[in-house]
Structures are given as structure tokens and as C-alpha cells.
Design a binder for this molecule. Structure first.
Ligand SMILES: [Zn+2]
Length: 787
């Protein structure tokens, strides 16, 4: 089926036929990008005569050699031979695997891969490093290596000669899977682990217990799975609209993993150098357990396993009842017997303490332990569990809520509500794993919801994931060492089957794998997009259901100093799907002009742009007004800082000609958290100035409020300013819908100026009636328009 192909032709197949040449700079498509790659001129040929040699007496090396042999054979290649190398390796021809710690293989998970015409030498300090080197070999073999169960099809297989040195940036590279909201069979868990291993991830975070299902067999408490693993089947109803179980109704949806199955999965993962962190949720997200053992709650129940959304999380373990701790210790003892992981995850998130406030036992515990509020009671809960976990030589890890009320002495924090939890943990000298919703929640939409399977909401595109930088700027070097790595999370409220789960994690987890593995300097979006094309071919061979990413057209503007004009730039996540556009007010269609180069922005107008594949629109076209005015492209000097969370288009955002929509996440708004806006625009020379027009956004549900007032002043020399006016507004802060409010000012005829100073006063904190009362609030601005 596949004869030997010249290397260049093989690459051409890998990358696809319509890509006129865009290979990455090494000419390969390895993901994640290795530390250094040297491509040499020759090829190495694997044939049935090729020997895989290993030094004698190391069973791990034999296992790794077998893995290489089996994969090549399964994919239709020749059957190789494994041999222990007894004589010197100097004249050896073939494949050689060896463990050695040299300067080029000093990192625990690193490897060196040297392929010449006569031999392929893979060396690493550890078996894990060799395993990753083997994954790289597979990536050099084209997509065909990802096939399974093929009869022998090729007698020979060519690999390009390379010299690769590689090791990971972060020691923790993980993916999470929630098997509680929906149950996933062992076969899928193994497939999931396979994909993680393919991209050199080393941790699988298995979310085993939650309100809607208890998924792990615990011998001492059979009710956990007999009752807790099953719920009434309302899969036909939306997650948030499902009625609770009625008396007499039979619970038929669910499932659980037996201890034998768990041991099997743990072994399977270990052979792929993946550690599994089990998660047992406490003190909340445990209604499935309370359904079986209601005496562990504050109220005594009764409870049924929720059939869909359960919110707020009021029914939680009673923190005043010692038998709760006995129960949890028993459960954790069985869990630790099954999972060798040094980390044990105890959840700790989203506990609503309403019942603790009225529970006699909980209040008594607070009095006896001198705890001042329920947050400290949660902290007591987690600390008590940590003590037990440490006594078994393991380490506690939990979601960032475990910081509240005081962090347990040796706990590691998973920062999910943002990066602040990770920053706080690192500053306290604790380790942290970064998994913020903004970049790592793969249950969020990756493209226009109108064209996607139903999801939980949110918006995290492939490009957004790829742009994630795990080391927060706020940390100094020493603190940053506590950031162990990154993790992608897949919650499954809206994901009921393996195929949908695959679609959500692919290709975004591949982007995250590169974030965790590759050096910061090696990461390049355009280069990644090219290499990703090669990965799509692999996923296709593996019959994975993957997304092609977003087909949304991004609109940016850029000042071109040469032509002294503003340019409209269109782009997308796609590599070579044409973008059609109009500027004349007409709707965009598949016959509209194709975008080929930046467009001049020299008047007011509207850009409409969309992408079509085979004449079919792939996503709703963008429609964006643009403005041509005096301040366009002009430098803005900031005296206060916009937040890294809503930077808009950065320092040029306020003079880029683009205005935001009522969606505060559209990337066009610049956000100031608790801070005023204080900027000066240099118009280049003294010119007539008629008016200033600035829009601010109010979205009270997202803690965004209009400024108290906006003040304009003008200057001809940048030193002496004339203050002109203060503009206020009369929009109610309690307005539920988003409001875009203009703060405009008309100058007297004949006014001239070179510098415009704009100050907008932030209300600073959310008002008393608001859910965020007293906490910093946002102020959002998009463009400073000067006519
Ligand atoms: Zn209680």
C-alpha cells in the first residue's frame, strides 16, 4: 500500500496537498516542539532485517523496545527483532536504545535522538525519557504509524535523519476527566491515556466522585456504588432542567469502575509513564455519597442522586461529625491502595456552607477548635484530611478554594478560578498547578456556539489555549519555581459520550501539551498551526473525532508607518481556508472577494468576513464597524495600567479604529480593575479638534460599571493642559442588560490641540446591593475617537 517514498514527498503527504510549502522551520511536524532539532540530509530505513538492540539485563528497556516493535508491526510495518547487545556498539547498525546520563540527557524526562543512515540511537537518563523519545520517533514516521491492526503492508519504512535534544519545560503536564456527570467506559479511559502519552503528557487527573455519580468501588461501603453510581435517566432533558428522582422511580443511568478495572487502568497508564491522580471530592460535591449514607450530612437527608444540575452545593459532609472523617479515611485508604500516585486530590471546591451555619455539630466543632467562621471550618476539614494523607506518605492536592480560611501545611493548589490561586500558593511557598478557566477549561466552546454541539458556555479557542503562559508575571524567579505545570480540564455536564469528549479535547489538549512541554521561546502560533496539520492526519488514522478549530475571522488593525495609514488585517485559526469579505455594506457570501493582503482603513465603514468550505459557511461571519478619526494609530501614554485579563489589543487598543460589542469578552474592550483610566494621546501635531467620543461598557452581572465621570483636557505642548469638561451619565447601575454608554464632548469652534488627556474615574468597588459588594469592579473602554 505504501511504497517507500522519498522523504520530501512523504512530508508533502503529511502536511497535505494544498499547503503550498508551509512546513515548519525544521521541515518536520513534531508536537510538542522539541528543544532542538537538526535535520540531516539522509534517511534511515527500517526493514525486516532491522534489529532493536538494548543493553543486557534491563527489563524496562525490553518493554520499551517491544513497544516500538509492536507499534511498527501493528501499523503494517515489518516485524523487527529485539536483541541484547553484547559486543561493543561502535559498529552496530540498527536501532539502539540505552539509558545513560550525559550532558545531553541529564533531565529526568529528557532524551537525545540521533539518527544517521546506518543507525538510530535513542538515549535518555530514564525509561520515561526513552518513552518520549519513542513518541518522537513515531512522529517522524508519518501518520501511517497511527494505524492499528493492519496486515503487513510495508516491508520498509523510512525515517529522516535528525539529531534531536529534548526535555520538558514543566514537570507536571496533565489532563483531567470528569466521569461523574457522565460515565465513560474503561475502553475510552485507555484511549484518553493513549492520546495523553502521544503528546508527552504525564498526568491523568481522574475526577471519580461528584454529586451526580460515585464511580469508584469501595469495598467497605458498597452503598457508594450500589446507590451512588446510579441516577434516574433524564438524558433527554437539558442538564439544568431535570427533575429530581421521584419515589418509586428506578435509577438506571450510571456506572462505576470495579477495583480490578481501576488496577488495570493504573497499570495501563504506568506503562505509558502517566501517573493517575484520583480525586475524591470533599466536603462538597458528594450528594451521590450522601444518597447512600445520609447520616454523613448535617441534616440527615434523605437524598437522591441528582439527575442533572445540582446548585448551590448545600448538602455537603458534616464537618462536626467524627464519623465523617472515619468514613473518608476508610475511603482514602482503599483509594491509596489502588493508586500509587503521590498526589491525592480531595476537591475542596464550591462548598456552600449554609448547612454548616445551622448545624449544631458543626457549630460545636467551631467553638471547640476556636474557628472564627465557616471558611476556617473548611480549612480545619482539609487540614485534618491532609494529616491523614501525609501519614500515608502521600501529598494532598485540591482546587484553589482550599486557600480560604488557611492552606493546609503541605498542600498543592490547583488554580482554576483564575491565576490568583496559583500566585497566592506560590507566594506562600506552596506548589501550584495552573488550570485557569480562561485557557484550560476544555468544556467551554472552542468555536461559534451556533455551529457547535451543545456546551456549557464560555469561549476558549485553540489559539487562546496555545497562547497560555503558565508562569504569572507577578511571581519572582524563586516563587515561579512553585508553578509545577499546566492541566486541561474536561467537565462533562454537557458531554455524554466518548465521541463528544474527543471533539472537546482535540485539538486543544495538543496545544496545551506544547504549552507544558516546549520552551517558551520555541512556541510560535503560525509554526504550531502548520505542525497541527500533520497531527490531524494522525488523529484521522486513529479514528478520533476532532474539531478543526474555530472558523471565526479575527479582525485586527495595525498602523503602517511606511504608508502612514491604518491597515485592517484579517486572520483565523485555519491555515489555508480562504476568507471572503465585503467593505461596501453588502452581506458576505462565498463569491465575495477573497482576502489576500491588509486593507486600507481610510474611512468609516463596516467589515464583514466569513469562511466557506465547499461553498458552506463554517461559522457566523464577523461584522465589525471601523472608524477613521484623528487619533487613529496615534501613540497612547498610560498613567494607569489596564488588566492583563482584558488587554484589548494592547497599548494600541484605544486608537485602533475598532469598537467593542455588548459582549465584554470580544477582545476589543480594555478593562481596568479598580483603577482609573488616565491616558494622553499625542495627535502628532497641533490640529483642529472638534469633539471627543468615548464609549464605556456597563455589564453589572460581570462586575463592569460605567465611570463616575470622564474628564478631558487639551494641550499644545504636552505640559500645560486646559481642562475642558467632566462628562457624567445617568444609567442605573442595576440595569441588568449590557449598556454601551457614550461620554462625548463637543469643543468650541476653532479649538486646536496636539495632546489629549483623558481621565475616567472608576467607581472602584461593586455597590452594596451587588454580589461583589466591596470588591474591586471593572471599567471597560474600547476607543478614544477624536474628530
Ligand atoms: Zn454539620
Amino acid at each position: 500500500m505504501r511504497p517507500i517514498l522519498p522523504f520530501i514527498l512523504l512530508l508533502f503527504m503529511l502536511i497535505g496537498t494544498s499547503a503550498a510549502g508551509p512546513l515548519d522551520s525544521t521541515g518536520l511536524s513534531i508536537v510538542p516542539k522539541p528543544v532542538s532539532v537538526k535535520v540531516l540530509q539522509d534517511t534511515f530505513t527500517i526493514s525486516r532485517l532491522t534489529v532493536i538492540a538494548i543493553p543486557p539485563g534491563d527489563p524496562e528497556l525490553r518493554t520499551l523496545a517491544t513497544l516500538l516493535l509492536e507499534r511498527i508491526r501493528w501499523a503494517g510495518g515489518p516485524l523487527l527483532t529485539i536483541r541484547e547487545l553484547t559486543t561493543g556498539e561502535k559498529d552496530f547498525q540498527g536501532i539502539l536504545l540505552k539509558k545513560q546520563a550525559t550532558r545531553s540527557t541529564k533531565e529526568d524526562e529528557g532524551y537525545r535522538l540521533q539518527i544517521s543512515r546506518k543507525r538510530l540511537v535513542l538515549s535518555a537518563k530514564s525509561g520515561q525519557g526513552l518513552f518520549y523519545g519513542i513518541q518522537t520517533i513515531f512522529q517522524l514516521m508519518g501518520a501511517e504509524i497511527c494505524r492499528y491492526n493492519l496486515p503487513m503492508t510495508y516491508t520498509e519504512w523510512e525515517i529522516p535523519c535528525v539529531d534531536i535534544r529534548d526535555y520538558p519545560r514543566y514537570s507536571y503536564r496533565g489532563m483531567h476527566l470528569d466521569v461523574c456527570r457522565h460515565f465513560f467506559p474503561v475502553s475510552f479511559i485507555k484511549k484518553y491515556i493513549d492520546v495523553l502519552a502521544m503528546y508527552k503528557m504525564n498526568t491523568f487527573h481522574w475526577h471519580l466522585t461528584d454529586d451526580q455519580g460515585w464511580r469508584i468501588e469501595i469495598k467497605k461501603y458498597p452503598g457508594l456504588t450500589a446507590t451512588g453510581a446510579w441516577r434516574v435517566d433524564h438524558e433527554d432533558l437539558p442538564w439544568n432542567e431535570r427533575p429530581p428522582q421521584k419515589p418509586g422511580e428506578k435509577a438506571t443511568y450510571g456506572g462505576f469502575y470495579t477495583q480490578d478495572e481501576i488496577r488495570d487502568v493504573v497499570r495501563y497508564a504506568a506503562s505509558r509513564y502517566i501517573n493517575i491522580i484520583p480525586e475524591i471530592e470533599m466536603p462538597a460535591h458528594c450528594v451521590s455519597a450522601l444518597a447512600a449514607y445520609p447520616q454523613l450530612s448535617c441534616t440527615g437527608g434523605p437524598f437522591t442522586v441528582p439527575t442533572g444540575s445540582y446548585w448551590p452545593n448545600i448538602d455537603i459532609f458534616c464537618a462536626g461529625n467524627d464519623s465523617v472523617f472515619t468514613f473518608l479515611q476508610d475511603v482514602l485508604t482503599e483509594v491509596m491502595e489502588l493508586f500509587p500516585s503521590s498526589y491525592i486530590h480531595v476537591g475542596g471546591d464550591e462548598a456552600d456552607k449554609t448547612n454548616w451555619k445551622t448545624c449544631q455539630k458543626c457549630q460545636e466543632r467551631m467553638r471547640n477548635e476556636g474557628l472564627k467562621d465557616e471558611k476556617e471550618l473548611q480549612s480545619y476539614f482539609i487540614k485534618r484530611i491532609e494529616k491523614f494523607i501525609i501519614s500515608k506518605n502521600r501529598k494532598l492536592i485540591g482546587w484553589d478554594e482550599i486557600l480560604e480560611g488557611g492552606l493546609a501545611p503541605e498542600a498543592t493548589v490547583m488554580s482554576w478560578r483564575g491565576i490568583e490561586g496559583g500566585i497566592a500558593a506560590a507566594r506562600q511557598g506552596h506548589d501550584a498547578i495552573m488550570t485557569p478557566t480562561s485557557h484550560c477549561y476544555l468544556d467551554y466552546y472552542q468555536a461559534d456556539p451556533a455551529f457547535e454541539p451543545k456546551g456549557i458556555g464560555g469561549f476558549v479557542t485553540l489559539r487562546k489555549v496555545y497562547s497560555y503562559e503558565p508562569a504569572p508575571e507577578e511571581l519572582n524567579k524563586k516563587e515561579a519555581r512553585h508553578i509545577l505545570g499546566v492541566q486541561g480540564n474536561l467537565w462533562t455536564e454537557f458531554i455524554s459520550d466518548p465521541s463528544h469528549a474527543e471533539y472537546m479535547v482535540l485539538p486543544r489538549m495538543i496545544a496545551l501539551a506544547e504549552v507544558g512541554w516546549s520552551q517558551k521561546s520555541a512556541r510560535d502560533w503560525n509554526d504550531f498551526r502548520v505542525r497541527l496539520r500533520g497531527q490531524y492526519l494522525r488523529l484521522d488514522k486513529m479514528k478520533m473525532n476532532f474539531s478543526q478549530g474555530s472558523f471565526k475571522v479575527d479582525v485586527h488593525t495595525k498602523w503602517d508607518p511606511e504608508s502612514h495609514s491604518m491597515k485592517l488585517i484579517l486572520g483565523s485559526e485555519q491555515l489555508d481556508v480562504p476568507i471572503h469579505y465585503t467593505l461596501d455594506g453588502n452581506e458576505v457570501t462565498s463569491t465575495s472577494p477573497v482576502y489576500t493582503m491588509p486593507l486600507d482603513l481610510n474611512r468609516n465603514g463596516v467589515i464583514r468576513a466569513g469562511m466557506y468550505v465547499g461553498g458552506t459557511l463554517k461559522e457566523k461571519p464577523v461584522e465589525m464597524p471601523f472608524l477613521y478619526h484623528h487619533a487613529i494609530g496615534r501613540p497612547v501614554k498610560y498613567y494607569t495600567c489596564y488588566s492583563y485579563r482584558y488587554p484589548g489589543d494592547g497599548a494600541g487598543s484605544l486608537t485602533d479604529g475598532l469598537r467593542g460589542s455588548s459582549n465584554h469578552r470580544d477582545g476589543l474592550w480594555q478593562g481596568f480593575l479598580g483603577d482609573d483610566l488616565d491616558v494622553v494621546i499625542d495627535l502628532g501635531s497641533e490640529i483642529p479638534v472638534n469633539s471627543v467620543q468615548i464609549n464605556f461598557l456597563q455589564a453589572s452581572r460581570s462586575w463592569i460599571f460605567l465611570p463616575v465621570m470622564v474628564e478631558y483636557s487639551l494641550s499644545s505642548d504636552g505640559k500645560k493642559y486646559h481642562s475642558f469638561n467632566e462628562v457624567t451619565h445617568n444609567v442605573s447601575q442595576q440595569e441588568k442588560e449590557a449598556v454601551i454608554q457614550p461620554f462625548n464632548f463637543q469643543f468650541m469652534a476653532g479649538t486646536k490641540a496636539r495632546y489629549l488627556h483623558v481621565k475616567a474615574k472608576n467607581v472602584k468597588v461593586c455597590p452594596a446591593w451587588h454580589e461583589g459588594a466591596g470588591q474591586s469592579c471593572w471599567m471597560f473602554v474600547d476607543e478614544i475617537v477624536v474628530f
